[in-house]
Design a protein around this ligand. Structure first.
Ligand code: FES
Length: 56
């Protein structure tokens, strides 16, 4: 499932970024070498980050 349409970031990419140390959507995107553009995905990305952080 795609989280960020602008950057074509998938949910699995975000989860992997969190496991690699990202603690928020911005740092997750940065670790993927991307940046938020329209910002629409941020709330969803944040919920994935939080979910994955709890699971870790
Ligand atoms: S959908 Fe992620 S920045 Fe636009």
């Amino acid at each position: 499932m795609v989280v960020c349409v602008c950057n074509a970031i998938r949910e699995s990419d975000v989860r992997e970024a969190v496991r690699n140390g990202a603690s928020c959507p911005l740092s997750a995107y940065q670790s993927l070498g991307r940046r938020p553009r329209c910002g629409q995905c941020i709330p969803y990305a944040r919920s994935i980050v939080e979910e994955e952080s709890v699971a870790a």
